[in-house]
Design a protein around this ligand. Structure first.
Ligand SMILES: [Zn+2]
Length: 58
């Protein structure tokens, strides 16, 4: 059972998680749109929208 809203995995951020990041050098993590957009700029990072996340990731 996981009916809690997912929250961004970055420290000091409690926005809802919108994307899952696959990070080659670290664990996968779910982050908000803003953090996803920033982190996906790094080479090798892949972002996948969460099915139940906010519908704002393009
Ligand atoms: Zn965040």
């Amino acid at each position: 059972m996981s009916d809690k809203p997912q929250v961004c995995a970055e420290e000091d951020c409690d926005r809802p998680a919108a994307v899952r990041l696959f990070v080659p050098w670290a664990d996968d993590r779910d982050v908000c749109t803003a953090h996803g957009r920033a982190l996906v700029q790094q080479p090798g990072v892949v972002a996948m929208p969460l099915e139940d996340g906010p519908d704002e990731w393009q």
